[in-house]
Design a protein around this ligand. Structure first.
Ligand SMILES: [Zn+2]
Length: 476
């Protein structure tokens, strides 16, 4: 499998450190606000990668952290170490404790992931539960001369790490000329970044440390939690492209200087999601969370399909028109699966002459995914399969055995796409039975009896439709 590695700026053949096993770290949410559809895109891409790695036989240990301290409001203008703590700010605003804020938004995040059918991480470690590990790493960095303390604050000394900038291109020379850096009275150089900050009076979140009562810088938590749960060198680290600098660049500096080893073999970053061609922002009212999508009458799986329909390394432009198209496509997939399930359950023992090259479809699906997770191309292979099956079944029905074979190919593909289809496997046996009886009555031209079955099905909350291929059942 080829994966595009942000570190080397090219597609590389993927090799795991240990045979058959993968350690994967995903930068998780800062739990001070609802996760938006851009965040969902990043987590969904990590999910697709994990699902495909499992599809090709790896066992994946996936760690996704919960940032509940240290992420400051000035994360986009400098080294990410100025401004107020995002959680502390929110907790003052909402008059709740930082813990209450974190719990509330963590719950929302997990519910969103569940509805999106994103497989849960092996573990969701919290930053506040790993202060001890962070202190240990900071101590080690000071001892090795990569970090320095002044007035209770500790900073990473970028001049000591010659490889700084290898991920983002923001090398020391480039930082010196162009970056917007904020001076800090205790920093040797403005480009250094904080590992530990002394807590101002009344600061809500504070811990004892060898340097001061304070709180950790934002980046150190991911170094602490990834080494704690995955070891010193990990296979894959993912995030959104906005994480590349300063966050991931700082993670590399801290971890590699501390362990003396390479930190991450493959860095995978998802490009931005735009809404109507613009960056999402609350002030432009184009900032959407899953709840907004559902309010417009779409479900989470339609969003999943839309997000999978563009490659993770291209910008995705979210529009309602795009969602409508995704809805049509999802219905098409859903009808296809239901139709096959019904034919598979009906004991149809008929001869057909046409052949559907299922192996070839599977190979094409895999080669799309092997090429840097080309999910849109893999989806187009699925659509082709659907069209081919539909062409065939508009003239005749398929033997149950054949339907079963197509279904098992679908299930393999869907272990990667991850759609939970409405109607699929949710049509109760009783309803399916009534639909079969109705069809039988129709074939015997007992139309009154057939109509009674239809009414019975509708009373139970389902609709039955006749199609060229038999019948479809939908929830009302
Ligand atoms: Zn992180």
């Amino acid at each position: 499998m080829l994966l595009y590695n942000t570190l080397t700026k090219q597609k590389e053949e993927f090799k795991s450190i240990n045979p058959g096993k993968i350690g994967m770290y995903v930068c998780g949410p800062t739990v001070y606000d609802y996760i938006h559809i851009g965040n969902i895109r990043a987590y969904l891409n990590a999910d697709t990668l994990r699902r495909y790695l499992e599809y090709i036989g790896y066992e994946v240990r996936l760690i996704k952290n919960i940032t509940d301290v240290g992420h400051l409001t000035g994360d986009d203008i400098n080294q990410g170490d100025s401004g107020e703590d995002k959680l502390a700010k929110k907790s003052l605003k909402e008059k709740k404790s930082p813990k209450e804020i974190a719990e509330f938004y963590e719950k929302y995040f997990k519910e969103t992931e569940k509805e999106m059918n994103i497989l849960p991480a092996s573990y969701f470690p919290k930053a506040t539960a790993h202060i001890e590990q962070m202190i240990k790493i900071i101590n080690g960095l000071i001892k090795k001369g990569f970090a320095y303390e002044k007035n209770g604050n500790v900073f990473f000394d970028i001049e000591k790490f010659s490889q700084y900038g290898k991920l983002s291109g923001n090398t020391l020379e480039n930082l010196k000329i162009g970056a917007r850096l904020e001076e800090h009275p205790d920093k040797k150089n403005p480009w250094d970044f904080a590992l530990w900050l002394k807590a101002p009076e009344k600061h809500l979140m504070r811990w004892e440390s060898p340097w001061s009562v304070g709180y950790p810088g934002w980046h150190i938590e991911c170094s602490a939690m990834s080494t704690e749960y995955l070891g010193e060198t990990i296979d894959i680290h993912t995030g959104g492209e906005d994480n590349i600098f300063p966050h991931h660049e700082a993670e590399i500096a801290q971890t590699e200087c501390y362990t003396g080893k390479k930190f991450v073999n493959y860095w995978i970053h998802v490009r931005h999601l735009l809404v109507n061609g613009e960056k999402m922002s609350k002030s432009k009212k184009n900032f959407y969370i899953l709840g907004d999508i559902k309010e417009k009458g779409f479900n989470a799986m339609t969003l999943r399909l839309l997000l999978l329909s563009s490659h993770y390394r291209s910008n995705l432009n979210f529009t309602w028109k795009g969602m409508n198209q995704a809805k049509v496509n999802l219905q098409k997939i859903s009808d296809f699966v239901l139709n096959l399930e019904i034919m598979a359950a009906q004991d149809l023992d008929i001869e057909i002459s046409a052949k559907i090259p299922l192996d070839e479809f599977q190979k094409r699906f895999e080669s799309a995914m092997n090429d840097d997770l080309n999910a849109p191309l893999a989806l187009s292979v699925l659509y082709e399969l659907i069209n081919e099956v539909n062409k065939l079944t508009s003239a005749q029905r398929l033997p149950s055995k054949k339907s079963q074979e197509i279904l098992s190919l679908w299930e393999k593909m869907n272990s990667v796409f991850g759609f939970k289809l409405n109607g699929q496997a949710e049509i109760p046996e009783e309803i399916l039975e009534l639909a079969k009886k109705r069809q039988h009555s129709r074939q015997e031209k007992k139309f009154q009896e057939a109509d009674n079955f239809r009414k019975n099905i509708e009373e139970k909350g389902y609709l039955v439709e006749d199609t060229g291929t038999g019948f479809n059942i939908k929830k009302k």
